[in-house]
Ligand binder design. Structure first.
Ligand code: 1GP
Length: 253
C-alpha cells in the first residue's frame, strides 16, 4: 500500500487524520525521541517533516531518529528543492496554486523530480494554497506570492477544483506556521463542497476545539506544528487526536 493509499484509508476509517509537523530546526535529539514516542502512542497518524528555512540542515538526521523510535509514516513537507531524502517514506509534491510564481508552480518541481526518482520515495501531488491569516507569513515571503484573501472562499474553492481537474491528489489550505488566524471554517466548507480531494488544513491551530471545528467544516486532515514546539503542550497530543478522530467515517470514490 502506498502512503497516499494509507492516508486515504485512515481518513475513511477515522473520518479525519492528525498530522504533526516536525521542523528539524526546532528539536534537539532527546526531545525529538520523546516527542515522536508520544505521537505514536497517542493517535497521531503521520509525521510531516520540513520547514521553510531549514537552517541547521538536520533533515536526514531527523528522519533517522524518527524511524528508529516510531513506526509512523514520515512525509517530507519541503520548503525547497534541497529537501529530498531517501530516508523518508513520501514527499508532498507541492504546487503553490494560490500564487502565480512559475517557479513554485513547476520550476522547482523540474529540479526536484530526478532526485525524487533516485531516492525511491513516493511523491504525493498536492495543491498548496496560502490563505491570508493576519500578518505576512514566512511562506508568503519566501515564495514571493500573495495569499488568497480570507474573505474570498469562492476563489479558494475554484482553485481547489482546478487542482482536482488537473489531477492533483490532495489540497492543503495553509494559514502559515504560527499564524495569528487559522483558515476560516466558511472557506473550508466552500472548498470541500466544490472539490472532492482530501482537504488538509494547517497553520495557527493551537487547541483541539479549533481542530474539531475545521473537521466539522470539511477538513480531512489537520496539521499542528508550532504549538508542539513547547514541551509543556505534549500532554495535549491525545486530546487533539480524539477531537480530530471523533467524527463520522467517509468514503472517497
Ligand atoms: C505550517 O500548516 C503548518 O506549514 C502547521 O502550522 O506550525 O502553525 O501549527 P503551525
Amino acid at each position: 500500500m502506498t502512503i497516499q493509499e494509507k492516508l486515504i484509508k485512515d481518513i475513511e476509517e477515522k473520518g479525519a487524520i492528525f498530522l504533526v509537523l516536525i521542523d528539524p530546526d526546532e528539536f534537539e535529539k532527546d526531545d525529538l525521541i520523546e516527542f515522536v514516542d508520544i505521537c505514536s502512542k497517542n493517535g497521531v497518524d503521520a509525521l510531516l517533516v520540513g520547514g521553510s528555512l531549514m537552517v541547521t540542515g538536520n533533515l536526514e538526521k531527523t528522519l533517522d531518529i524518527i524511524k528508529e523510535n516510531c513506526d509512523l509514516p514520515r512525509i517530507i513537507f519541503p520548503g525547497g528543492v534541497s529537501q529530498v531524502s531517501s530516508k523518508a517514506d513520501a514527499i508532498l509534491f507541492i504546487s503553490l496554486i494560490s500564487g502565480r510564481n512559475g517557479d513554485q508552480l513547476i520550476g522547482q518541481h523540474v529540479m526536484a523530480a530526478p532526485g525524487i526518482l533516485q531516492s525511491g520515495i513516493e511523491p504525493i501531488s498536492t495543491g498548496y494554497m496560502l490563505i491570508e491569516s493576519g500578518k505576512r507569513t514566512t511562506a508568503e515571503y519566501m515564495s514571493g506570492t500573495n495569499p488568497i484573501p480570507r474573505n474570498k472562499p469562492e476563489i479558494a474553492a475554484a482553485t481547489a477544483l482546478a487542482a482536482q481537474y488537473i489531477g492533483m491528489k490532495l489540497i492543503y489550505l495553509e494559514a502559515g506556521s504560527g499564524a495569528d488566524m487559522s483558515v476560516p471554517e466558511e472557506m473550508i466548507q466552500k472548498v470541500s463542497k466544490f472539490c472532492k480531494l482530501p482537504l488538509i488544513v494547517g497553520g495557527g491551530i493551537r487547541d483541539p476545539q479549533t481542530a474539531a471545528k475545521k473537521i466539522k467544516a470539511g477538513a480531512k486532515a489537520i496539521v499542528v506544528g508550532n504549538y508542539f514546539e513547547d514541551k509543556s503542550t505534549w500532554s495535549e497530543v491525545k486530546d487533539f487526536a480524539m477531537a480530530i478522530h471523533e467524527n463520522q467515517s467517509v468514503k472517497f470514490v
